[in-house]
Design a binder for this molecule. Structure first.
Ligand SMILES: [Zn+2]
Length: 416
């Protein structure tokens, strides 16, 4: 259902009469021409900045395999037994554990140098180890933005598959599991557990305003913070918001943009960077969601040229797979395009030399790019909402077996 009506009217009406109260439980009600929604922001005890999850009444129930609630993620991670290693990378500001699960041989000693020095030393083995890991190391990140549940659902199902032979739908993913077995594979099923805690199970069929409110939150005056608006702050000033959205962590930090060298603020980002450096990560798939059809984004220009060129080729391969599966009618061809974006992928590349790409799943529709554009004809199923993660991962892993992601595991000795 689409309604690009005036955001301000919607939110101002929603919050009318709720100002000036130290403890606010605003009932947000809006009437559209063809729908009637009530959204309850249970933003209680705002004076101590504790927020409760957003609820979207009359939201369609999630299917059983869509396990994206923090306790479900923790329960799954705690009962894993086939992974070779398990770590809690960080504790979030709200106290949630952030798990990393390792599949493959992770018995190698820590690097004797860091990637910055090691990549310039007499041999890259000083960083990679001697011998270096027998397999390349791949890192799958899900849910850095907690409102974006699709990658979390996919990662949770993938973990279930690696543990039991089938995901929560009973699907075996034989080809993907075989590819994963040829790597050292690390998966973080949900980076932003705080944001996930505040977010609904999904945003399928949510209208534009609800999507924005759930994702980037609402100011105290009732106006939406917005996607770009949320990036005006680091951290988001929680004392000024009625609801912070599931985008940031519990302290208001957008973990994806916690990317200032020397001033990394969040335990979540620090944990990921330490992990990448320690385990000599070669490639990263950083999975998100957006309101449009799925695609892998162009790599950042802030990288070594070889990484950028290679990442472009992999993005095209993944996007072709997404299009072939009928999950994007307008698949982007990245070609040689580069993004000026600087984010956590940039720092992950600096930490271990890794190739890093961002995937955007869709939360619901093939939504028009502009207000007033023709209505979309495609509403994706819950299965299809997860599928871009599996397809991109497959394309990425297959590419790395045809040619190593990075040329650093050779025996080349550099002269002084
Ligand atoms: Zn995101």
């Amino acid at each position: 259902m689409y309604n690009y009506g005036t955001d301000r009217c919607w939110f101002e009406a929603a919050f009318a009469g709720t100002t000036g109260r130290p403890t606010v439980q605003p009932l947000v009600v809006c009437a559209f021409s063809d729908a009637f929604y009530a959204i309850i922001f249970l933003a209680t005890a705002m004076t101590d900045l504790h927020f409760k999850p957003i609820e979207i009444p009359n939201q369609e129930p999630r299917p059983d395999f869509w396990k994206v609630r923090p306790q479900e993620i923790v329960d799954l991670c705690e009962r894993t037994s086939r992974c070779s290693r398990k770590e809690i990378l960080a504790r979030t500001p709200l106290g949630h554990p952030v798990y990393a699960l390792f599949y493959g041989d992770f018995n190698d000693a820590p690097p004797q140098t860091n990637w910055s020095a090691g990549s310039s030393s007499t041999t890259w083995r000083n960083y990679m180890g001697d011998p270096p890991p027998a397999k390349q190391t791949f890192l799958l990140l899900a849910g850095i933005h907690g409102a974006e549940a699709e990658s979390v659902a996919a990662a949770v199902n993938l973990v279930q598959c690696l543990e039991t032979g089938a995901d929560f739908r009973g699907k075996a993913h034989d080809g993907l599991v075989n590819l994963i077995s040829r790597y050292r594979f690390i998966v973080v099923p949900c980076v932003n557990m705080d944001g996930r805690f505040l977010s609904p199970d999904h945003l399928r069929q949510a209208d534009w305003q609800t999507f924005r409110a759930a994702s980037q939150g609402v100011w105290k005056d009732g106006s939406p913070i917005g996607w770009r608006g949320s990036k005006s702050w680091f951290p988001l000033p929680l004392e000024k918001v009625a609801f912070p959205g599931g985008y940031p962590n519990g302290d208001g930090y957008n973990i994806m943009h916690d990317a200032t060298p020397g001033d990394v603020r969040t335990a979540e980002a620090r944990g990921l960077l330490r992990l990448a450096a320690r385990w000599r990560v070669d490639a990263v798939l950083n999975a998100h969601s957006c309101e449009y059809a799925s695609s892998v984004l162009a790599p950042s220009a802030v990288d070594v040229p070889a990484n950028a060129a290679r990442a472009n080729a992999i993005a095209d391969r993944a996007n072709a797979a997404i299009a072939a599966a009928g999950l994007n009618p307008r698949p982007p061809l990245r070609g040689r395009s580069l993004s000026t974006r600087i984010d956590l992928n940039t720092l992950l590349s600096l930490a271990s030399g890794a190739l890093a790409l961002t995937l955007e799943c869709t939360v619901s529709y093939d939504r028009p790019l502009k207000p007033g554009a023709p209505e979309p004809t495609r509403l994706y199923t819950f299965d299809e909402l997860m599928e871009p993660v599996f397809l991109s991962l497959h394309a990425y892993l297959a590419d790395g077996l045809e040619r190593p992601f990075l040329h650093r595991c050779n025996d080349g000795i550099l002269s002084d």
